[in-house]
Design a protein around this ligand. Structure first.
Ligand code: SF4
Length: 334
């Protein structure tokens, strides 16, 4: 049973079947009906940390354009038709460096109950593709979708969508440790994108996320079940002993599974827009991860070039040292 302080429901979707289904899995202290979720979610200067500790849930309808072109700060993994969509806002986890704290003033969880409208827009987009083109759609944006699976069931629905639409590649990114689907088997065009970080980085900055050992076990099981796996070592966070930590992370991966069975790797150093960084620093006044003296380039806060280069080269070389096929083109960098 999921427990919430309050649940806010848009009038428009109060009788939606998914609203009822989600409510059947929740307990709460009060329910409020509202016209539009932004009246609660969009209020300025809310206490995000208090709200994250005392979670409320907002159920709403997503409207307008529901598929967006990927931002230049996101890795597109060489895909031309790169889109993302957001069926939830905010996360069960609490990474100190998370851009969501730079983007939103509210810590409550939002679920858009009308995911079928997103599917319909994705289908329309697929119809417009030229012969041989595929749509790449990242669906765990602005949240960690797997962490809410027992509440929303959205990863399962995306898997079904991927199974029925082979012209789409669906990416679900997580800092959790999901289990492979034993009953229906894995779908090749569903990409399980695991973000892996050294345990010391998880302990310091990625609160409530799955431990590294659990994430690695989950990757190994997913690969054995025939699942398509991407490993993201992104963002690499600067700490004094980063080389030692990220080196031993890659050594642990290579001991647990065959590096060459991973579809590809995404490597990137921490980066965030200057505007988001200002708000993130207000939300995280004591976090070493966000108070690094970044350089500003083209409106983004980044590590100095030489440090970025060292981190990326070191990480990709270490991964390649375990690859028998030595195919450098499986590494994408941000
Ligand atoms: S898992 Fe991702 S979305 Fe969730 S808090 Fe961490 S960085 Fe943010």
């Amino acid at each position: 049973m999921w427990s919430f302080n309050h649940i806010y429901i848009e009038n428009d979707i109060k009788d939606h079947p998914r609203t009822r289904e989600i409510l059947s899995k929740c307990s709460w202290h009060g329910i409020f009906y509202i016209d539009r979720y932004l009246k609660i979610f969009g209020r300025k200067k809310q206490d995000i940390h208090f709200q994250m500790k005392n979670r409320s849930l907002i159920l709403a309808r997503a409207s307008g354009e529901l598929l967006y072109r990927g931002s230049p700060m996101c890795q597109d993994y060489g895909r031309k038709q790169f889109y993302y969509t957001s069926t939830m806002k905010n996360c069960l986890y609490d990474c100190e460096y998370c851009y969501l704290k730079g983007m939103y003033d509210c810590g409550y969880i939002v679920i858009f109950v009308n995911i079928e409208d997103v599917f319909a827009q994705a289908e329309r987009r697929l119809d417009l593709l030229a012969d041989g083109e595929r749509m790449y759609l990242s669906v765990s944006f602005d949240t960690d979708l797997y962490s809410f699976e027992s509440l929303s069931g959205y990863c399962g629905l995306w898997k079904k969508f991927a199974r029925e639409h082979t012209g789409a590649e669906i990416e679900i990114r997580t800092k959790g440790a999901p289990s492979p689907d034993g009953d229906e088997g894995e779908v090749p065009n569903l990409i399980h994108a695991y973000t892996l970080s050294p345990q010391q980085i998880i302990d310091r900055f990625e609160h409530n996320t799955a431990p590294l050992s659990a994430r690695i076990r989950s990757v190994a099981r997913m690969l054995s079940s025939g699942g398509t796996v991407r490993i993201c070592i992104d963002p690499i966070i600067y700490v004094r002993d980063w080389k030692e930590l990220y080196g031993s992370l890659i050594d642990s991966m290579a001991r647990a599974f065959d590096i060459d069975r991973v579809m590809d790797f995404g490597i990137g150093t921490f980066r965030i827009s200057r505007e988001y960084l200002k708000r993130l620093r207000r939300a995280e006044p004591h976090s070493e991860a966000v108070w690094y003296p970044f350089e500003i380039k083209d409106g983004y806060a980044v590590y100095p070039d030489t440090l970025q280069e060292q981190m990326i080269l070191f990480t990709s070389d270490r991964i390649m040292s375990f690859s028998k096929s030595r195919k450098n083109d499986i590494i994408f960098r941000a």
